[in-house]
Structures are given as C-alpha cells and as structure tokens.
Design a protein around this ligand. Structure first.
Ligand code: ATP
Ligand code: MG
Length: 634
C-alpha cells in the first residue's frame, strides 16, 4: 500500500475498509486467519477481524524466534541504579515463559486480570507479555501513583494477581512501592489477590503476608524450564485495561482488544514511524501510560525492533543522557513528549552536540500541544524532523500525524498534519453539531467505526462508553475527542485546546492553546498555562501562568511588571488584544498530572476561587501551591 501516497492511502482506508485492513492483517500471525475485517453490526461497538484468533505475546515474541532469536529485543538502561541489561528475543521468550508458568501456578486463567504496579524494569514488560500469553488482561498502574489511586484501580479491575516490586527510584531516591500496595489493598473492597514482589534490593522493608505474597526470584527458580503455550483468543478478546490521565476528571478505564491492536501497531511502525525490523527504537514514555504500552512494549516488539526501556530522568546524570543512548545503541527512531523536551530546553544546548546522532531519522512527540519554539529548538539540535503526534489513551495510536512511511509530506508548524489512515475525521460545531469546513473552529470527532487499535469500550461499562463519547450531538453518533480543532485549506489540522479550555472573551471564542503559543514566543518563556477566568464585564478573561527560563530577569516588582507587559505584547502581536492575558503570573513550576499534562481545570478553579477538584493524579502539590500564592500574594 505504501507508495500510493498519503491521500490515496487514507482514502482507500476509509472507502475500502475491508480490503485495506485485511491486507494489513497479514502483518501479524493468526491462529485462525480472519475472513472479514469489520463487524459493524453493533456500532459504536466495532469488532475488528471478528472471526480471527491470535495472541499478542506470540506476535511480540515467539514469532520472531526463528529469525531474530539472537537479536536484542529489550535493552534496559537505568540512570537511577546504574544498571544496564540486554535481552535477546530468545531470552525474553524464556523469561516470559517462566513468569507465565508462575502466574498459572498462582491460578491466573484466561480472562482474569493481572494488575501491574511496577517501576520501569524489564520484569514489568515480562509481566505484561506473560499476562497476554495466558489470555489474561493486564492493568498497568503507573508506579508513581499513591495508595488511593491504586485502590480505585484495584476495585475497578478486580485482579486475581498483582505484580509489584519492593521499590522504584527517582532522582536517586528510593520510593518504596510494596508498602503503598499494602495500603491500597487495605483500602480496597476487592477480593484479596495473590501478590508477586520483585525484590530489587532497594527497600529494607521485607514484610510479607503469608499465603498472599510471593517472591519473584523464587517463583522464577521454580518455573525455570516451563514452556507455556500461548492461549489463542478471539481477536476482540480484551488484552488490557488502561486508565486515562484524569486531566478532565475521573479517569476512564479504556479496554483494548487483541487483534485490532496488534494490526494497528504493526502497520504504524512502517507507515507512521518509518521504522524497520532490527533497528533500535527509543520511546521515553512510561509503561504506565498509553504511549508506553504501545511504543515501548507492543509496537516495537511486534515489529522485531530493539526497544529501549529507560528508567530515570532526562537530565540525570546529565542532560546528555538520552543522546548518549541514541549514539551507543544506534537508535533510528525516538518517541518522547513536549514536556520532556521543554525540561531539556532549560539546560545548556551544547549537550545536543556532544554525541553522534547520525543514525537518528525522526523524533516523534505526543501527549501535549507542541509549541513552535520547542519544536524548532530540538529539530535544529538533533538535525532531524520532529513529528507531532496527536492521540488519546482511548485510541492507542495516533489520530493525527504526518505519515512519512507512506509519504514525506511537508509539515506545518503547530500542526500534527493529517488524519491517520483508518480515521475518518470531522470537525463539528459545538452547539449545532453541524460538520464544519476549512478554517472553522469546532470539536474534533471520529466517524464510527473507530479504527483497529482503538478502545472497544470502557471496562465493564458499555453505558458510560456511549454516554461519554458518543452522545454529544443528536442524529448519527460520532466519537468526540473533546478537543477543539481547525483544519486549513490544505487539510492540515490544528489542535486549539480542550473543549473545556475554550475561552469566551466578549463573545470571541479562543483556544487556550492559541494564547499559550503566543506567550511562548517570548524568548524568556520556558512554559506557560493560560486559563479563562470569569469576568463580570467580558464573560471571561485569559490569565497566564508563566515559568521563565531565567527567572532572575523578572526579579523585583519593576522587572516583573515589565516582563508581564512584554508577554502581553507578544499576545497582542500574534493574536490581537482580544487574547491579551488580563494578568501574567510568574511561577517556578506548573501543576501537571503525573503523565506531564497541564492541570488547567485546577488552575482555573483556583483562579476563580473554587475548589481545585480531584487531585489524585497531580504530580507535585507544591506547584499548585505556587499558583495559589501567585493569585493571593501575601
Ligand atoms: P482525561 O481524559 O482523563 O481527562 P487526558 O485526556 O489528559 O485525561 P490522555 O488520553 O493521556 O488523557 O491525553 C489525551 C489528550 O492529550 C488529548 O485529548 C489532547 O487534549 C492532548 N494531546 C495529546 N497529544 C496532543 C498533541 N500532539 N497536540 C495537542 N494536544 C495533544
Ligand atoms: Mg481525555
């Protein structure tokens, strides 16, 4: 199909769904080959490859043994502990069989849930693979979550088994996990699961509950020579549950299928990521997030790549650590987030020039709006194109992106380019639901069916799946992304912010993203958040919170107000006075979710004197305090 060009490929993927996706399905192994691509009889519930049977672990591991048994599958690098470990496909196969044997011994069966609450270690990936090998369903919970968030996810997933470790590490500090799990289990109303603890030798607390807690290394020893056959499951069998980031409220348990997901990821590695089997691939996300599920674990392994698992921060031991990895492992494709790049941008740019990055072809960034200065800075520093990916936990792979493996289309600053093949998109008027044309702003929607790889439903809550995503407009239901967007004459999309974040200034509707982009053009701005605050006269006014690269330049009342005026002026020139922030506050950090997304709803609540709401996914409480103090200076 590649070679046909982007437009023709996208058109065919919509017009000839059956033909297109059945061809793509041949990228993976099936126990029973599907004869149809789609069962659309129960939309919006789409079933992909309904009569096919396959297994995710087989496709990620076993399938590669004849050709790639001796090739590195997984390279684990920890700048926290200093460890580096490499596993070939054959070694991953052995480790996964041992663990699958252990899980089976603990009573895990097809359809059971296995909750994985682990740091970024190879055993976490083995646990994911062993789970799907048995046809069980994993629910990975980010290792940075505290007991209450974990308990809520235990109650929702009702796991038979929980995989954990004694501790994680962050900035060289040991963060015990097992005690948090004990606390969560005490809070949880679910039946007591079995627990397997990986002892990394980091935490001194070795308290274990007899009959419930088991030691990973001991079980591994017992099951050393196990060979556990893959459980062949129907394509629509759930592979995992994963919760959204909770930026806009209570997280939703996204349920993913098996066959559609494997096919979507396999195709994406060629069409979007232009990555060839055998090459090294480095995704800096966390296995606790969707980007980690798809692009640290499943996509690169299904593709036969060497995937790099990095435990640590981007600037420790120094801000060159990622680029050294690119050099040492000859990485050809890299996937990160704008947040991480903005962290690096505050450091000395010389770090980018110290290593040989000639193997690198692309940097993909996802998760948040990519502002122009960040994009330009990193693209210049690395000497490779930066590709903005727009997607959601719900979709599992990009909705909007350039697809250089199909055609190297020109990219426009501030735009994640076009609809990914398989996605039929519309921009709809928020009030009337009418489909809008070029240049008009509205809500970005996906016309059903959601393509392969996207969520099949909300875990055990079909009702909420429909009421949350498919009930915004009357008439034919469409999936709402809850993001505000526009498309230009050339078909390029621009994400303007979340629908909750649209500001209405005296009848003019502005996306927070548009104003933030303008603020970011100021040379001393590292990061910013703009929220709409209720105003008696104008309805709402924008208020900006700004993190400076060099805070010293805005010290003292005089410099500070001069800086604020410059920021306002930047908005005046880029958007017009209508978007000018009524106030500009300087803070040292912005409140974010643990996945690095701005918690605008909490900032806005504080700015309007309201309660900041659900903070269970907040990364750093001190950042929210700073916002509070900036608003109410003593
Ligand atoms: P919740 O749905 O629980 O409120 P969340 O939406 O933050 O949480 P995710 O699924 O992790 O959870 O994030 C998806 C959202 O992130 C998108 O809907 C969009 O708002 C934003 N996003 C992701 N990638 C981009 C991008 N490239 N450009 C702009 N926004 C992006
Ligand atoms: Mg969301």
């Amino acid at each position: 199909m590649a070679g046909a060009g982007y437009k023709a490929t996208h058109e065919r993927s919509i017009r000839d769904r059956e033909g297109f996706w059945l061809e793509e399905a041949s990228r993976i192994d099936w126990r029973v080959k599907p004869t149809t691509a789609l069962d659309a009889s129960r939309l919006p519930f789409a079933q992909w490859f309904p009569d096919g049977q396959t297994n995710l672990c087989h496709n990620a591991v076993d399938r590669h043994l004849p050709e790639r048994g001796a090739q590195s599958a997984l390279v684990y690098i920890s700048s926290e502990t200093g460890a580096t470990r490499t596993f070939t496909y054959a070694q991953v196969y052995r480790e996964v069989n041992r663990l699958a044997g252990a899980m089976k011994g603990l009573g895990v069966e097809c359809g059971d849930r296995v909750l994985i609450y682990m740091p970024m270690v190879p055993e976490a990936i083995f646990a994911m693979l062993a789970t799907v090998r048995l046809g069980a369903v994993h629910s990975v919970v980010f290792g940075g979550f505290a007991a209450a968030s974990l308990a809520a996810r235990i109650d929702d997933a009702q796991p038979r088994l929980i995989m954990t470790a004694d501790a994680g590490m962050r900035m060289g500090k040991v963060i015990p996990l097992k005690p948090l799990l004990d606390e969560a289990l005490a809070l949880s109303a679910a039946a007591t699961p079995q627990v397997v603890v990986l002892d990394r030798g980091l935490a001194p607390d070795r308290a274990r509950v007899a009959g419930r807690d088991h030691d990973y290394a001991r079980l591994r020893g017992i099951h050393m020579n196990d060979e556990i056959a893959c459980e062949w499951v129907p394509s629509s069998h759930p592979s995992y549950i994963l919760y959204t980031s909770g930026t806009t409220g209570r997280p939703k348990g996204v349920q993913r299928d098996t066959g559609g997901y494997a096919v979507a990821l396999a195709s994406s590695m060629e069409y979007i990521y232009d990555s060839r089997p055998g090459e090294a691939w480095f995704c800096t996300s966390d296995i606790g997030w969707v980007v980690g599920h798809s692009y640290i674990v499943y996509a690169p392994l299904i593709n036969g790549s060497t995937t790099i698992l990095y435990e640590g921060l981007p600037m420790r031991p120094d801000p060159g650590v990622w680029w050294k990895i690119v050099q040492d492992y000859r990485v050809s494709g890299m996937f990160s987030s704008p947040t991480a790049i903005r962290v690096l941008k505050k450091q000395d740019p010389a770090w980018l020039g110290r290593y040989d990055l000639s193997t690198l072809r692309f940097l993909f960034l996802a998760g948040e709006p990519l502002d122009e200065p960040t994009s330009a800075w990193i693209s210049k520093g690395l000497g490779v194109p930066v590709i903005d990916n727009y997607w959601q936990t719900e979709t599992g792979w990009p909705i909007l992106t350039a697809q250089p493996g199909i055609e190297d289309t020109p990219r426009k600053i501030g735009s994640p380019s076009f609809a990914t093949y398989g996605y039929e998109l519309e921009i709809r008027d928020e009030q009337t639901g009418a489909a809008l044309g070029a240049g008009q702003k509205g809500v970005l929607c996906i016309v059903p069916p959601l393509p392969p790889g996207c969520m099949s439903t909300i875990w055990r809550d079909d009702e909420r799946f429909i009421s949350t995503y498919f009930s915004s407009f009357r008439g034919a239901p469409v999936y709402t992304t809850f993001d505000w967007a526009t498309r230009d004459e050339d078909g390029y999309y621009f994400i303007l912010g979340r629908t909750d974040d649209v500001i209405n200034v005296a009848g003019h509707r502005l996306g927070t993203r548009e104003i933030e982009e303008a603020v970011q053009t100021h040379a001393n701005v590292a990061e910013c958040a703009v929220v709409g605050v209720a105003d008696a006269l104008k309805g709402q006014v924008p208020v900006a919170f700004v993190v400076l690269k060099d805070p010293a330049r805005a010290e003292g009342a005089l410099q500070c107000s001069a800086h604020a005026r410059e920021v306002q002026h930047a908005v005046d020139t880029h958007i017009g006075a209508i978007g000018r922030p009524a106030q500009v506050h300087f803070v040292a950090a912005l409140p974010k979710t643990r996945s690095g997304k701005l918690l605008r709803r909490s900032i806005q609540a504080l700015a309007e004197g309201r309660d900041p709401g659900d903070l269970t996914t907040l990364e750093d409480p001190a950042a929210l305090e700073q916002v509070r103090e900036a608003l109410n200076p003593r």
